[in-house]
Every structure is written in structure tokens, then in C-alpha cells.
Design a protein around this ligand. Structure first.
Ligand SMILES: Nc1ncnc2c1ncn2[C@@H]1O[C@H](COP(=O)(O)OP(=O)(O)OP(=O)(O)O)[C@@H](O)[C@H]1O
Ligand SMILES: [Mg+2]
Length: 385
């Protein structure tokens, strides 16, 4: 049996934040590593990937599939000038593309998995419509892109929240009372019902322990990946941090922060002059950063000292879950921790995985060292006096 492709979706709510640029660059990085990649322009309202790859008039596009002109999904796959990279074009300017039927969308999502390729990368359109969210949730890795400005951060938060609720809803289709509860809490008319996701999970658990455990498992495993794009100043990285904290505090899910990408004037210039060579050139700054992210987060290669490249910022957070506190594990993966310098969380890893007993032993040793240090300092101080 053929191996199914690994699907990566790139979304994020706000328009113009760089979803298309990042989808394309991730695809280029994967293709450069020798993997077969099919990039899908799933921006149903404003497809433009083909022109970024120098294809002016697409021969066939998703429009032809959704309107029954083509039945074979594989026939949509178009070669690109880049080795190992194929493209399924979206329909630029086609009326009605944004209103595709629910069943057609599900069929397309199923067909993404049957493509004969190693990776499928889908570039989603702006907004939080169910088209974007369903394709995002169907992916193996969903990346959200945000820009360091309040509207983009807010829309990114909404995108993550709606995607999480949609995921939970689709997983609990067999329990009407859970879907009703989710719909009630997600309905803007009930915004005064400020129940957090963790409270919802508790409510479900109290009523039905089996469903409650399923609920917890789903939120624990739901991890969107974040890329902060178009950074012009280091301080702007804090916006990514506040988004992470908001998501962890309010939705009780982790965000896997892939890093940030600076605003690159070369890209801006090449897009303006309709010469996409700055994007496709392997020497480009964005290409290099994305290649490193792909190696670390898709291929799971060990990257030595990623901090030296300034693409990673310390991440703050540990989910203060009750069960963790009961086990005495309410440690915070932040600069306040004694072992922060050795913590792989700040390099984009997962939060504290040090077992409790090991943590306590290390803490004790650190305390002893510190007391000795104080004694030595005190001794030197006494001598100086
Ligand atoms: N890091 C960057 N440096 C410079 N320019 C960038 C960067 N990221 C994106 N851009 C530019 O910003 C513009 C918007 O990017 P892009 O089309 O990728 O956004 P998008 O999120 O896909 O937008 P839409 O929601 O409309 O599809 C493009 O002109 C792109 O080249
Ligand atoms: Mg786009």
C-alpha cells in the first residue's frame, strides 16, 4: 500500500500576514530536501500561488473540480519550475469559489490524502470560515501565521479558538449534549458565559467520566504551530508571546512556537517587480529560516544552538492543570526556573519533561551549590573588610 502524504496547512485568520509566502517557502524547503511536495492553493477567495511560481494562466484549477468539469483529482496536479514541487492551482477571480458545498469540501480533503506525494502543503485563505477551519483541522500539522499587530493577533486567536471548538464538536458528534454545550459556549450571544475550556472539560467529566477523559485527551493533543511573520523590531516578538499566553490561559492548549521571520525588503521588492526570484532563491533570508524550521519541526532533526540564530524566543508557560499541581508538578518553564538555561522548551521543545524526583534532586543540588557560593562570597567579603 502507498504511504499517505503528511499534510501541512497554513492559516491564521487575518489577510496579508504572509500565509501564502510561508506555504510556498515551506514547500520549497521540503522539495529542496528531496521530498515530493504538492502545494495546494486552498485560498478559495483569492488564489495567487501560481503567479508566485511564474505560472500565468493555470491549465486546470480547483474550480474545475468543484464544478464537475474534472473528476480525476490527480489531473489537477501541475508541474512547476521547481524540482520535486507540484501545484494544484486555486481559481483566481472565479465567482462562487468561496461558497463550495460542504460535501465537495470533505471529498477534496479526502483526496488530498490520496495524492501520490510525500507532503501536501495547503495555503488557506484569510478569515475564519468553515472552509479554512475544516482544511486546517484535517492537516497533520496546522501552522498559524500572525503579524505583530493587535488585529492580526486577535484574529489569529479567534482562528485557533474556532478551530478547537470545531474539532471538539466533530469529535463529539455522537453525544448531542456535549455538542450542545460546546455550541452554547461558542455562541457569541452567550459571551457572558465565560466558561474556560478547562471548566467545560470538567463539566463533561463530572457528567460522564469516559467522555470527560476523551475531552481532556483532545485538548491536550491539539497543538497549533505558530510563526510570527514580518518582524521589524525585536520588541515585536512579545506579541507572539502574548498570543501564546492567551491561548494557554483561555483555551488551555499549547502552541508550538516555530519562531519568527523578519520583514525582508528583498521579498517586498521582488513581489513589487513581479520577479519571484527572491522567494525561490535559496540564498534568501526567509528561505534559510524556514529551512531551519522545517528541519527542526517537520523532520525533527536536532538543531544545535537554535538560539544563536535569534529565531527563537524564550517561551513562558506551563499549564497549571489541577492534576499537575496534585503531583507537585506546577513548575513554570520560564526564566524564573533554576534550570532555564538547560531547558529545551526555550528552543521550541515541549514544556518541562523532567520527572518530579529528578527535578527535586537537581533543585536540592542547586540549593546546596548556591549556599556554598554564598558562604564563599561571605568569606571573601569578610576578608576584604
Ligand atoms: N517576511 C516578509 N518580508 C517581506 N514581505 C513579506 C513577508 N511576508 C509576507 N510578505 C509580503 O506581504 C504580502 C502579503 O503576503 P501573503 O500574500 O503571503 O499574505 P497572505 O496571508 O497569504 O494574504 P491573503 O490573506 O490575502 O492570502 C506579500 O506581498 C508578501 O510578499
Ligand atoms: Mg494568501
Amino acid at each position: 500500500m502507498l504511504k499517505k502524504p503528511h499534510i501541512i496547512a497554513v492559516g491564521g485568520g487575518k489577510g496579508g500576514v504572509g500565509k501564502t509566502l510561508i506555504s510556498l517557502t515551506i514547500s520549497l524547503a521540503l522539495a529542496e530536501s528531496g521530498r515530493k511536495v504538492t502545494l495546494i492553493d486552498a485560498d478559495f477567495g483569492g488564489a495567487n500561488l501560481h503567479s508566485m511560481l511564474g505560472i500565468h494562466t493555470p491549465r486546470l484549477s480547483l474550480f474545475d473540480f468543484f464544478h464537475g468539469k474534472v473528476n480525476d483529482f490527480n489531473a489537477l496536479v501541475t508541474k512547476t519550475p521547481v524540482a520535486n514541487l507540484s501545484l494544484i492551482c486555486g481559481a483566481a477571480g472565479a465567482v462562487g469559489m468561496a461558497d463550495i458545498q460542504y460535501w465537495d469540501k470533505l471529498k477534496a480533503i479526502r483526496l488530498f490524502r490520496q495524492l501520490q506525494t510525500d507532503f501536501v502543503v495547503t495555503d488557506l485563505g484569510a478569515g475564519t470560515s468553515l472552509n479554512e477551519i475544516d482544511i486546517f483541522n484535517a492537516a497533520d500539522q496546522g501552522i498559524v501565521v500572525a503579524q505583530p499587530e493587535p488585529p492580526a493577533i486577535q484574529e489569529c486567536y479567534s482562528f485557533i479558538k474556532l478551530s478547537l471548538f470545531r474539532k471538539l464538536r466533530s469529535e463529539f458528534m455522537d453525544s448531542a449534549w456535549v455538542t450542545q454545550l460546546l455550541d452554547f459556549c461558542n455562541d457569541p450571544a452567550h459571551t457572558r458565559d465565560n466558561r474556560l475550556i478547562s471548566t467545560l472539560a470538567e463539566d463533561v467529566r463530572k457528567k460522564d467520566i469516559r467522555l470527560g477523559m476523551r475531552f481532556y485527551r483532545l485538548i491536550n493533543n491539539y497543538t497549533p504551530h505558530l510563526i510570527l511573520n514580518q518582524i521589524r523590531h525585536k520588541d515585536e516578538i512579545m506579541d507572539g508571546l502574548s498570543l501564546q499566553i492567551a491561548v494557554q490561559d483561555l483555551l488551555r492548549i499549547k502552541i508550538d512556537f516555530w519562531g519568527y521571520i523578519p520583514h525582508d525588503h528583498q521579498i517586498y521588492k521582488s513581489i513589487r517587480s513581479s520577479r519571484p526570484d527572491a522567494i525561490t532563491s535559496t540564498r534568501g533570508e526567509v528561505r534559510k529560516i524556514i529551512m531551519r524550521m522545517v528541519k527542526q519541526f517537520v523532520f525533527k532533526e536536532e538543531i544545535k544552538n537554535p538560539n544563536t540564530d535569534n529565531n527563537y524566543v524564550p517561551l513562558l508557560a506551563f499549564l497549571h492543570r489541577k492534576e499537575n499541581q496534585e503531583e507537585g508538578m506546577d513548575r513554570i518553564c520560564s526564566i524564573q526556573c533554576t534550570f532555564w538555561d538547560k531547558c529545551d522548551y526555550q528552543e521550541g521543545g515541549v514544556y518541562c519533561r523532567m520527572p518530579e524526583n529528578e527535578y527535586r534532586i537537581k533543585l536540592k543540588m542547586a540549593e546546596v551549590k548556591e549556599t556554598r557560593g554564598d558562604r564563599i562570597r561571605g568569606h571573601l567579603g569578610a576578608r576584604r573588610n
